[in-house]
Design a protein around this ligand. Structure first.
Ligand code: ATP
Length: 892
């Protein structure tokens, strides 16, 4: 259908759509069922069966299976079946771990899926872009990504960048008028907007004409299967480490086998023991456990309202040394209320709470009737006209749909008894130049009922004052003088120093014939009318979050478009600006080259009156000084800085699609305190990964060493293959998973940020792995030697004792792994998953030792309490020996 040729009414009729009420939810659901979701088809996913089989493709597992097959053929049925069962259970475990990891990753994707604003049942609602159907009316503003192919019905200086489709990076102006060109290309269809393209300016409304694969983007969807990096640097490092460990484990195994054979062991027995040892010693489950720990951590972050879009950010979070945060909405509540108005030397105050349009006006503390004062009247009416927000009642609450700054202006006007809908009967808005945070202004052209035309501008007062050549003073226009400029300046500073956000309003009359093409022409030679000052209270939780960050070695920097004095006042309240830190404004920043900025950037904790473009410069300067920078943003112009930052953070509520796409973390509640929680969680996840890497590797070192030492000493095998495999499955697997769920140590936010370059074994981890592993190996061997006592009759008994000692030593050691310091540093029962895992591993060990049917399978023999005394004593040594040395050092 050639929608671009039709006029808007025809489009509506053809699609059976209703421009005023939009689609009913019921119809939308029907169309959704009939035509499917508005999604681009993705590549094939790995099937469950394939995923299951892929668990066994590991080389050593294949060798083990082959060896088992041989032993089965040789008549060792029980061993063969038991080994195969264990390998299968191991495979299943791996399968579920990977499944879980995969599921939580796709749940993550779903959470950060794009949303659109659609007209449903007469109301503009935020819906998932997946649910958009043909005939839906969509509203979009600068920074949005278009959710489907739409025919434009309204355009307010709408410009769209379509490079994803056309390759042309310059934005195209869009209109609502029909196009009669024959066979226009995508780039020529100026009344159409296409899925995936980006609004760079203005706003508009469009009606959906194509969804999913039936869009222009759908036709080239195959080309767009872009894969986000979903592995983290640590995962990649662990993968490399895994490869090294395979080689080391194999070499050691070969050594064990060779020495064993030389010492007169049977080749076949040694072969099976060797392969089992290799399977046990290779931490093949590590990557899956890491993924699970990461994704469970990510889910904990979601509960705290932070969505990780790119998994590597989880790790980088723990390294952050500076957080650059927007002020409005992130550090403050973004709940604005106008409390002061200034015009021509007079000042009024307004009372009332929140967005409720109830309040009174006062002049020098005397209540007045606002409609009797012309200047005040003009301030309020213009503030309501140059405005795109709406006040809505939602259940018992009054909410603002749109920019809260504009909402506050509406509420102020309503308190004086004005109504925007009524005003729009008297004033017709002919054109609008939308707000952007670089200009810091917004303007409209209006025609009043007598036909006179005005440009009305509202924006940052210092900027408005600069483009005004007259000022309204006692109802008369006067040329701006030094004196009046000083008055304006004084008023701005007075309001700002009370932490108020200030908006100035100005206007000029133009003739009907004057053509104003762009904002540059509109926003000059204005008459300055006055200021409105609004409070935006700081979020209550921010002050303590800033303090906590400071203790964690993380500096908080406020970056705001707001006035220097307002920013300063709020930064002081929040503890961001201290005696030792400085404020820098956008002008000073612009005047500095990179070198100069780098020299000063670390002293500054407030950047005020800056433009989004400045943010990139700040990120770069901080990074050049060696910082790991987290940077927040919401607008389209923030995207480059968000992308360049080590952790780009977008706002979930106020953020544009473009900012969200550039980010690696989204704050669902736009709250600074959430960044702190995410950093804490990021640090915790990393520490948890270190914990189970340490546990698994120390266990493996212990297992290999006990075998190696026994062979060197010409002893028989201290553990039989099935016991080794069992230890690998039960004793290693479960507690390691539980360590991944551990809570952070108390001082996790009192440590300095981690150096991103540090290796996994740094901060003593390598030493801990080797020393604990060595001791675990030694005590197991000792237990074996004592029990064996050189008597071949006692072999099975001694193997059982060794098996119990190894298991117990590991299960005690796991509590040591919870802390960087020692087993005594934390309450050992603080992690209920771990306690559960340890108890179940212990019970399973007892079952294997004491349940008769399992004894022939696991080659175990029931042991007596006296044995347990030795086992418990020996297995406590590795953990407590080093724990006591810690205590001794501490008491010194
Ligand atoms: P942040 O602190 O999150 O960077 P901000 O709200 O302080 O954001 P901007 O949104 O860039 O920064 O606003 C800068 C200035 O522009 C404000 O101090 C205000 O004077 C003015 N301003 C803000 N919103 C509007 C608007 N909708 N129309 C006109 N002027 C506005």
């Amino acid at each position: 259908m050639n929608f671009h040729e039709m006029d808007t009414r025809e489009v509506e009729e053809t699609l059976n759509a209703n421009r005023h009420d939009g689609m009913t939810e019921e119809d939308a659901q029907k169309r959704l069922k009939q035509f499917g979701y508005n999604e681009l088809e993705e590549g094939e996913k790995q099937s469950a069966l394939l995923l299951f089989f892929s668990q066994f493709k590991d080389f050593m597992t294949l060798v083990l299976l082959a060896a088992t097959l041989i032993s089965g053929l040789l008549g060792e049925y029980i061993d063969a079946i038991a080994i195969i069962a264990i390998v299968l259970i191991n495979g299943l475990l791996g399968f579920f771990q990977e499944r879980k990891a995969e599921k939580s990753l796709s749940a993550l994707k779903e959470l950060s899926a794009p949303q659109v604003i659609a007209l449903r049942d007469g109301e503009w609602k935020k819906i998932s872009s997946k649910e958009v159907v043909v005939g839906d009316l969509l509203k979009f503003i600068s920074g949005d990504r278009i959710g489907a192919d739409v025919r434009i019905m309204e355009s307010n200086n709408l410009e769209i960048e379509e490079s994803a489709l056309t390759g042309e990076s310059l934005p195209v102006s869009k209109t609502a008028s029909p196009i009669k060109t024959e066979n226009p290309g995508i780039g020529d269809m100026e009344n159409m907007a296409f899925m995936g393209t980006m609004v760079t300016r203005g706003n508009g409304v469009g009606i959906v004409v194509g969804t999913g694969m039936k869009t222009a983007m759908g036709q080239i969807a195959d080309l767009l299967q872009s894969a986000e990096s979903m592995t983290t640097p640590l995962q990649r490092r662990l993968e490399q480490l895994g490869k090294i460990l395979i080689v080391v484990a194999l070499l050691l195994t070969v050594l064990v086998v060779a020495i064993g054979v030389l010492q007169g062991q049977e080749l076949y027995t040694m072969f099976l023991a060797g392969v089992s040892l290799a399977v046990a010693a290779i931490p093949e489950g590590l990557p899956a456990i890491v993924t699970v720990a990461l994704s469970l951590g990510v889910q904990r972050m979601i509960k705290q309202k932070a969505i990780v879009r790119k998994l590597p950010a989880v790790e980088t979070l723990g390294c952050a040394s500076v957080i650059c945060s927007d002020k409005t909405g992130t550090l403050t509540q973004n709940k604005m209320t106008v409390t002061h108005i200034w015009s021509g030397g007079s000042e009024w105050t307004i009372d009332g709470v929140g967005y409720a349009p109830k309040g009174h006006f006062y002049k020098r503390e005397n209540r007045i009737e606002p409609k009797n004062d012309k200047a005040l009247q003009q301030m309020l009416i213009f503030g309501m006209l140059c405005n795109n927000a709406e006040i809505k009642q939602k259940k018992d609450e009054i909410i603002i749909d749109g920019d809260p700054t504009e909402g506050a202006l509406l509420v102020a006007g309503m308190k004086a008894g004005y109504d925007r809908t009524h005003l729009l009967n008297q004033y017709e808005i002919i054109n609008e130049f939308p707000f952007d945070s670089t200009r810091k202004m917004m303007s409209i052209i209006v025609k009043d009922h007598t036909g006179r035309r005005f440009i009305v501008t509202k924006g940052a007062p210092d900027i408005l004052a600069n483009i005004s050549d007259t000022i309204l003073w006692n109802g008369k226009r006067q040329i701006v003088s030094k004196e009046s400029t000083a008055h304006i300046q004084g008023a701005i500073e007075d309001l700002a120093s009370q932490a108020l956000r200030t908006i100035a309003i100005g206007y000029k009359e133009i003739s009907a014939s004057t053509v104003i093409l762009d904002e540059k022409e509109a926003e000059k030679n204005l008459t300055f009318i006055g200021l409105q000052g609004m409070i935006d209270p700081p979020r209550s939780e921010v002050r303590s979050a800033v303090k906590e960050c400071k203790a964690a070695g993380i500096k908080t920097v406020m970056i705001t478009g707001d006035h220097v004095i307002t920013a300063k006042a709020i930064a002081k309240q929040l503890g961001i600006l201290t005696k030792s830190s400085k404020v820098m404004d956008g002008k000073t920043l612009s005047g500095m080259d990179m070198e100069e900025l780098e020299a000063h950037v670390e002293e500054v904790s407030v950047f005020a009156r800056v433009s989004p473009e400045h943010k990139l410069k700040i990120v770069k300067a901080l990074q050049n000084r060696g910082h790991i920078v987290a940077m927040t943003g919401d607008g389209i112009n923030d995207a480059p800085a968000i992308k360049a930052a080590d952790i780009g953070i977008a706002m979930g509520i106020t953020g544009t699609d473009v900012a969200k796409e550039a980010s690696s973390l989204i704050l669902l509640d736009d709250n600074f305190a959430t960044i702190k929680s995410a950093i804490k969680e990021g640090r915790n996840i990393y520490e948890n990964i270190r914990k189970f890497v340490r546990y698994l590797l120390a266990s493996n070192v212990g297992e290999i060493l006990v075998m190696l030492f026994a062979m060197i000493m010409a002893l028989p095998l201290p553990l039989v293959p099935i016991q080794i495999l069992w230890v690998n499955l039960v004793t290693d697997g479960l507690p390691a998973m539980a360590l991944g769920l551990d809570r952070p140590e108390e001082d996790v936010m009192k440590r300095k940020p981690r150096n991103p370059k540090e290796g996994i074994f740094s901060r003593g981890l390598g030493w801990k792995v080797v020393s604990r592993g060595f001791l675990i190996g030694i005590v197991t061997l000792l237990a074996f030697i004592f029990a064996y006592d050189g008597d071949p009759e006692k072999l099975a008994y001694a193997q059982t004792v060794a098996f119990a000692t190894l298991v117990l030593a590991q299960l005690i050691h796991v509590f040591d792994c919870r802390s960087e310091k020692s087993v005594f540093a934390r309450n050992p029962f603080g992690n209920k998953y771990l306690v559960g895992a340890v108890i179940s591993s212990l019970l399973l060990m007892l079952v294997v030792i004491y349940w008769e049917p399992l004894q022939p399978i696991f080659h175990t023999i029931p042991i007596v309490p006296r044995d347990w005394l030795m086992i418990v004593g020996l297995s406590a040594v590795p953990t407590f020996l080093l724990g006591f040395t810690y205590l001794a050092r501490k008491t010194k």
